[in-house]
Structure formats: structure tokens, C-alpha cells
Design a protein around this ligand. Structure first.
Ligand code: G3P
Length: 218
């Protein structure tokens, strides 16, 4: 399972990259707005920190403008993944960018039908939003199970399921149980994966007992 972080915060990205566990970064227009930075600059900087996929989302909704934006975003760095919405125009852009060798993340997926369309358009990643489904009383993880099952029936589909809108570690554990390819989540959620009270308690006891020996390793 690949870990992507859903942020444009450079300090957070550097901290997570230093763990060696970070495989990529996703952004969206809301995240860019929150960063207060120039979109193209911040994407270029992230691409220089992380070797893996960095999703940069188009802003237009019409095909003609979207394809121009997608082509421009793809020139920023080799590891840019162009992100497009799950609309007819977005999928048209997806198909065209894929034929040029650019990786594409199809976002705002909320149904199995939409996930089938993304795979047929040759998406590198499809991003179902689990948290936003949970928010309206649906079961976001049920959608992931459904998509994984559908994609398994068609070995020629090579679209990776990128679980997005992740709100807590349990979403990640459930996604892993289902064999989802990627999760993207806020930095805090990735750090939470380390947490267990028995790890803290055990480490405290080992440290205290080691001190009693009076020894040093170095
Ligand atoms: O970037 C897409 C997705 O992860 C957004 O998550 O928390 O805004 O629903 P959220």
C-alpha cells in the first residue's frame, strides 16, 4: 500500500519524507488556497522533495481550457500527476493525457459507476472520497470494497484505487484489508499510525531498565 499525504504544507511534507514512508503527495484547489502560495511554485517545490507522484489539479471545468491547463501542469516536473474531476470533460482530458504518457488522477469519485468510467478512461488513479460519503450518512469504505471487487473482475483495468478524504487511521486499516493501492490523508493521520499506548509504556520501561544497567552501546 502506498502512502500519499494530502497537503501543500512544505514543512509537513519534508518531515514525512524524512521517515522514508512517504510515496507521494496529493493537492486540490482548496489545499492550494489554504497554502496561500502560487500554485505552480508550490507544486514545483513539492516535486523537488518527493520523488513519487504529486497530484496537481486543473481548475477549469470545460474541456478546451482543462486540456491546456493539464498540459501546462505536466511540464512542471516528471512526477506531476494531473488531477481531473470525474466529468465527461475530465475523462476526455484523462484519456488524452494518458496517451501522451502523463499520469492522471481522476478525483471526486463517489460511486462504483464513476469508478468504472475512470478505469475505462485509462486513469492511473481513481480517488473515491470516503470521508465525505461518511459525512452524509453513507458508508465510504463500502464504496472502496465495491470498487476493488469490480476492478478485480477485469484484470486489464490497471487503474489504482487511491482512497481519499481519509479522516482517521481506521480508514487506512480498512483500506489495507481490502487491498486498496494507495491512501491519501492529512499529515496528522499518517503520524497517528505510529501511536499505541503500549508502545509508549513499553519504551518507557525499557529506557528506565537500561539506565539501571549503567551501560552505553556507543
Ligand atoms: O484531496 C482530496 C480529498 O482527500 C479531500 O479530502 O478531507 O477535503 O474531504 P477532504
Amino acid at each position: 500500500m502506498k502512502f500519499f499525504v494530502d497537503t501543500a504544507d512544505i514543512i509537513e511534507i519534508k518531515d514525512l519524507a524524512a521517515t522514508g514512508l512517504l510515496d507521494g503527495v496529493t493537492t486540490n484547489p482548496s489545499i492550494i488556497a489554504k497554502s496561500g502560495r502560487q500554485f505552480l511554485d508550490v507544486i514545483a517545490e513539492i516535486c523537488s522533495i518527493v520523488a513519487g507522484s504529486v497530484s496537481a489539479e486543473v481548475a477549469a471545468t470545460d474541456y478546451a481550457t482543462m486540456i491546456k491547463e493539464a498540459k501546462k501542469l505536466a511540464t512542471i516536473a516528471k512526477n506531476v500527476t494531473v488531477k481531473v474531476p470525474l466529468t465527461p470533460a475530465g475523462l476526455k482530458v484523462c484519456k488524452e493525457m494518458r496517451s501522451m504518457g502523463t499520469t492522471v488522477n481522476v478525483t471526486l469519485c463517489f460511486s462504483p459507476a464513476q469508478a468504472i468510467l475512470a478505469a475505462k478512461a485509462g486513469a492511473t488513479y481513481v480517488s473515491p472520497f470516503v470521508g465525505r460519503l461518511d459525512d452524509i450518512g453513507h458508508d465510504g469504505m463500502e464504496l472502496i470494497a465495491d470498487i476493488m471487487n469490480i476492478y478485480r473482475q477485469y484484470p486489464l483495468f490497471d487503474t489504482e484505487v487511491l482512497v481519499a478524504s481519509v479522516r482517521h487511521p481506521n480508514h487506512i486499516i480498512q483500506a489495507a484489508r481490502m487491498g486498496a493501492d494507495v491512501v491519501t490523508c492529512p499529515p496528522k493521520t499518517l503520524w497517528q499510525l505510529f501511536d499505541h499506548p503500549l508502545t509508549d509504556k513499553g519504551l518507557k520501561a525499557f529506557t528506565e531498565d537500561w539506565a539501571k544497567t549503567g551501560q552505553t552501546i556507543l
